[in-house]
Design a protein around this ligand. Structure first.
Ligand code: ADP
Length: 300
């Protein structure tokens, strides 16, 4: 039995590293490019597998070269492909990523491709995987009706659910009651609350606003500043680990994967957050997204 199921997308990340992120209309000379695995769902599944978790990845890809990259990536990371829907009429997704080599910051354009046509009917062939999991983790990169169907099923079957609301977009009120952990980054938290987060006080205010929507626990990830957690009673603020970040792409994915893994190990919330904070930080010390997810041996 898999302990954690992740619903989400795979995309081939095509990333360009250079002295800055070009402004509109500007051309710059960069110095490195890479094509590697990405997509929030796939990155999160890789993070869990590399930390030693038993994970199932549910997704849809095309039958093309990037689809082959998806299958090779899963195999390399010992993640079963039995929950991957391959559709010869769809393209596998791609993402164009521009990375500033000095700060590791990025700007991303994702074409999700095949998963944008994922239906509840297709998903229902894999729903037992979710029903049998302890933890269900997803993001906002597949159609909303599929996400809510899975969150609802997961909750009805006693799973702990984590929604990483990325990229931020409107969700209906019905979502909130099916979410245990809501894990926006600063920008996403601002989208859902209208509060720009510049300090701990703003983070608390934003977290309170999110809890008032009916969500049980909120973790706002604050990049190089760490994280803020609240469940309405307990509040935890953790500083980020001191690392030399070279590429922050996928830090949130490493964080969410690690949070899911730690929760499956029955650790306290604070222990889970400390662990995820460390794994998120470590992921920024390597180039890429899926390929930069830390292994459990990197933690010692
Ligand atoms: P996202 O990648 O979704 O934008 P964040 O940038 O908030 O998410 O990063 C997620 C987590 O990764 C942070 O809460 C922190 O634990 C870790 N992290 C991110 N950037 C850094 C950094 N520069 N130094 C140390 N830790 C980092």
């Amino acid at each position: 039995m898999c302990e954690i199921s992740v619903l989400g997308i795979f995309v081939a990340d095509i990333s360009f590293s250079g002295p800055k992120i070009p402004a509109i209309g500007e051309t710059i000379l960069g110095n490195k490019y890479n094509i590697g695995p990405g997509g929030k769902g796939c990155n999160q599944a890789i993070a869990i597998a590399r930390l030693g978790g038993k994970v199932s990845f549910i997704s849809k890809i095309g039958k093309d070269n990037y689809g082959d990259l998806a299958l090779i990536t899963l195999k390399k990371n010992k993640i079963s492909s039995s929950n991957i829907i391959q559709d010869e009429n769809s393209q596998t997704g791609v993402a164009g990523i521009l990375v500033d080599q000095n700060s590791g910051k990025n700007a991303i354009n994702v074409i999700t491709g095949a998963p944008s046509s994922l239906t509840i009917n297709e998903l229902d062939n894999h729903i037992d995987t979710i029903k049998k999991s302890k933890i269900f983790l997803t993001q906002l990169e597949v159609p909303k009706e599929v996400i809510i169907h899975c969150l609802k099923t997961a909750k009805e079957n006693g799973c702990i659910t984590i929604l990483n609301p990325a990229p931020a977009s409107e969700i209906s009120k019905e979502f909130y009651k099916y979410i245990d952990f809501f894990t926006p980054n600063e920008t996403e938290a601002e989208f859902y609350t209208g509060i720009k987060i510049t300090n701990d006080k703003d983070a608390k205010q934003a977290a309170d606003k999110i809890l008032n929507l009916g969500i049980k626990k909120v973790v706002i990830t604050l990049g190089e500043k760490g994280l803020f957690y609240s469940d309405g009673k307990e509040q935890i603020y953790l500083k980020a680990s001191a690392v030399k970040a070279i590429d922050t792409t996928g830090a949130g994915d490493a964080f969410n994967g690690a949070l899911a893994f730690a929760l499956s190990q029955k650790k306290t919330v604070e222990e889970c957050l400390r662990f995820a904070n460390r794994v998120g930080g470590l992921s920024t010390t390597k180039q890429g997204a899926g390929d930069a997810m830390p292994w459990s041996k990197d933690l010692f």
